[in-house]
Design a protein around this ligand. Sequence first.
Ligand code: GLV
Length: 347
Amino acid sequence: MPPMQIFVTRKIPAPGLEILRAAKVEFQVAQEQENAGLDPAELAAGTGQSSVLLSLLTEKIDRRLLESAPRLLGVANMAVGFDNIDIDAATELGIPVSNTPGVLTESTADLTWAMLLGVARRIPQAHRYMCNGEYKLWGPNLFLGSDLGPGPDGRRKVLGIVGYGRIGAAVARRAQGFDMRVIAYDPHNSAGIAADPQVEGMGDLNEVLRAADFVSLHPLLSPETRHLISTDELRAMQPGAFLINASRGPVVDEAALLLALREGWIAGAALDVYEREPEMLAGLESLPNVLLLPHIASATWDTRGRMASMAAENALCHLRGQVAPNAVNGEVYASDAYRARQARQSS
Ligand code: GLV
């Protein structure tokens, strides 16, 4: 039986499906429901019988899964992050993997700022107060929060950006409107930081943590960045500082963060991502100084439509044996494993 052309794990936004329909390729959307994923057996069965996998960040695409899919020609992940995929295994096995960079930069930076403002000005708590009917009388001390602009002493607030790629830079750009001083640390992009007049580069993470009033995290998740922020780092932050994480949950040691928030090592945190997503550590929900979101940084109509379109275009490239413009393991195309896989498919 010839393989299914494209296995789409879950229902992606319409612009992506339109592209697949218009290309007249055979594809299957395995899960139509918004709130349900695929179990590992369903994912393995679909992947094993398909030429291309169009996946989301909710699917764990590990070595075992890839090894059990000899006819797979590519994986198109509808996300900029690809830590859900074992890239080394894919490369070894000759499978190109692509992502959706660029199109979600601005919406993610916007949400980062919404989180920053929300946690600094205690918006979730004030909203809950209104909804609970607790607002009886205006008071001069009601829901006091932290300023973003310079304080009475004229000191500009410091925004510390950790991980200075496209999203980090877009977050930095928005800080100009708040007259903030922006500092950044990214050992993989010190040149980018040095070339960017809107930001001051810092030599190490601790310098950023010690100086910042707001720390915003934007690194890729890797073994190097797992628990990048843990006890020592939280201890290094100022007691009045806020932590914002719209990158990946495991970048922050959630248990250490819970303790830091409970004990007032820092003033508050805004999280869009969690260590064991979709679960979050019990206790976070009852803290008075958090803002918690369900991984919605790129969730705008336009952005998700563009991500779906980009993933569909990447999937078509994988299917046709063309180099995908957004391949994250571009070196795979020159490998014997890739050539062998392509040859197997066409024989
Ligand atoms: C979202 O988290 C993404 O990686 O696209």
